[in-house]
Write a protein that binds this ligand. Structure first.
Ligand SMILES: [Zn+2]
Ligand SMILES: [Zn+2]
Length: 202
């Protein structure tokens, strides 16, 4: 079975192009927000056996995106820009960097090997960005590294626009249980610094 990690850059560029064309159509038809996502593996809610992505047209910006936007306003500037600057200086959670994009294990990842892909330059709309295909390619690189380190892993990946756009990728190596679902507290058994170290070498 092919996963997104097996797709060539050319194929990923077609995915980006399709996402951008469909997002345009959604906006024209009055849907302000499009949630682009990839679920891979039964445990991550994949509805088809082969690799695929989905676009959900939403009438409102979803709560998590609004929350990110509010955090940005409250901090008086782009939080992700500041985080990226700090991460690029420390280099302990960076996995790879190319094409003006960064792949890293975020400071407060919810699950082991959680990954984030973001452009270095601040931009709000992934659907008009020239870097979307490269971002998918860098995410695929992360998934290949994860596969080398841990074997095939079910995962969820999604795109966030609104603030500084980015891809979030959550491998499903552990199950969400009562503390995660009931309290919103995520227990991550692998420090992001360790995860990034493993993935850099993988
Ligand atoms: Zn920014
Ligand atoms: Zn996000």
């Amino acid at each position: 079975m092919r996963t997104i990690a097996d797709l060539s850059f050319r194929e990923l560029a077609l995915v980006a192009e399709a996402w951008q064309a469909r997002a345009n159509a959604a906006h024209e038809q009055g849907f302000p927000y499009v949630q682009a996502l990839v679920n891979e593996g039964h445990a991550a809610g994949a509805s088809l056996a082969h690799s695929h992505s989905q676009l959900v047209w939403l009438e409102d910006e979803p709560p998590l995106v609004s929350q990110e936007r509010r955090a940005q306003a409250a901090e008086g500037g782009c939080v992700l820009c500041r985080v990226l600057a700090e991460e690029l200086e420390q280099r302990i959670r960076i996995v790879a960097e190319r094409d003006g994009l960064v792949l890293l294990c975020p400071f407060a990842g919810r699950q082991p090997y959680e990954l984030l892909v973001a452009p270095r330059e601040c931009a709000g709309d992934p659907f008009t960005s020239d870097l979307l295909a490269n971002a998918l390619d860098l995410a695929a690189d992360g998934i290949r590294r994860l596969r080398n380190a841990e074997g095939r892993t079910p995962l969820n990946m999604w795109l966030h626009g609104g603030g500084h756009w980015h891809l979030e990728l959550v491998p499903r190596l552990t199950a969400l249980a009562g503390l995660e679902l009931g309290a919103g507290y995520f227990v991550n058994t692998l420090a992001p610094e360790s995860a990034a170290g493993v993935l850099r070498e993988a």
